[in-house]
Design a protein around this ligand. Sequence first.
Ligand SMILES: NC(=O)c1ccc[n+]([C@@H]2O[C@H](COP(=O)([O-])OP(=O)(O)OC[C@H]3O[C@@H](n4cnc5c(N)ncnc54)[C@H](OP(=O)(O)O)[C@@H]3O)[C@@H](O)[C@H]2O)c1
Length: 331
Amino acid sequence: MSTTSREVHLIERPDGLPTEGQFRIVETEVADPTEGEVLVRNVYMSVDPAMRPPLTNGQTPLDKTMGAGAIGKVIASGHSDFEEGKYVQHRFGFREYFVSDGNGLSVLDPTLGPLTCYLHVFGGTGFTAYGGLLEVGQLKDGENVFVSAAAGAVGSVACQIAKIKDCYVIGSAGSDEKCEWLKEIGVDAAINYKKEPIRKSLKAAATNGIDVYFDNVGGDHLDAALPRMNLLGRIPICGMISAYNNFGSISDGVTMLANMIYGRITMRGFVAPDFMHVREQFLADMGQWVSDGRMQYRETILEGIENAPKALIGLFTGLNIGKMLVKLSDE
Ligand SMILES: NC(=O)c1ccc[n+]([C@@H]2O[C@H](COP(=O)([O-])OP(=O)(O)OC[C@H]3O[C@@H](n4cnc5c(N)ncnc54)[C@H](OP(=O)(O)O)[C@@H]3O)[C@@H](O)[C@H]2O)c1
């Protein structure tokens, strides 16, 4: 006996925005688990902007199963640590089923909220926003904050943490529908950067300057924020999605760096694992904020493994509001 599964392979390296034709859905047979192994049926998987540069720079191999953060259900087990029926979190996304010896799997006990939340507010994107804003951004109550890609997974959490800290929050996003949602979650000034150049609209919105710019975009957004930064302002560099479709993630010109000098601005990149020392506090805070309604979230869920490439590409065309996920099977 075996289980028929489908998985996603990259078959051609993209130059610019990827196309669905550069991926292939491949059918495989997954053998039954033996002693010490488990068979997992994936339920949800995440797509993330950071997956884009490796498609071009060679880190994602061609004609092999791709990887992604995902949650699956153990449906057959020969491993005492992973009971049948339990959910497991892992990085074996982009496939429907897999067999594992348990390496890289952690049992998930979804007590804080729905399963999908462990791929955003309680997962990597929520943790990134929390650590980036509070640890790197050193956010203080009542400051002026600008968040780019504000209606996305990381951005929407960053905006709401800043509101919880009584800050004045400016968020930029690529559609009126996204800006409407930003207002619903408390953002004070929502900018549709596709309607007017970001430099102009940010200047108009940031009448009291910016103390913390949480940068998800880089390029023109970073350039627009630099002249608006207040004395001793901080710029946590979370991501540069505007550059990821360029070979080497080469950013569009950032020309206003001289503002860092007299402004005494700090700019610092980071990755989520930098903040493991605040992980318990993050889960406690986020659990509280979600349960008391101060942290809201949205999800854009595409159905079926065949839509996983579309979901990944959609991050670069603005298809998602909140976290982009792919549903691979029923819970
Ligand atoms: N440092 C870390 O550890 C870490 C961890 C996770 C994520 N990140 C970074 O955080 C950022 C957001 O990630 P996410 O997972 O939350 O994705 P996301 O914001 O949910 O989705 C990406 C969004 O970026 C916007 N976008 C795409 N191209 C753009 C461009 N050229 N200019 C302006 N906006 C653009 C799109 O929204 P619009 O409709 O608004 O354009 C899109 O919906 C990314 O840069 C990512 O690399 C960093």
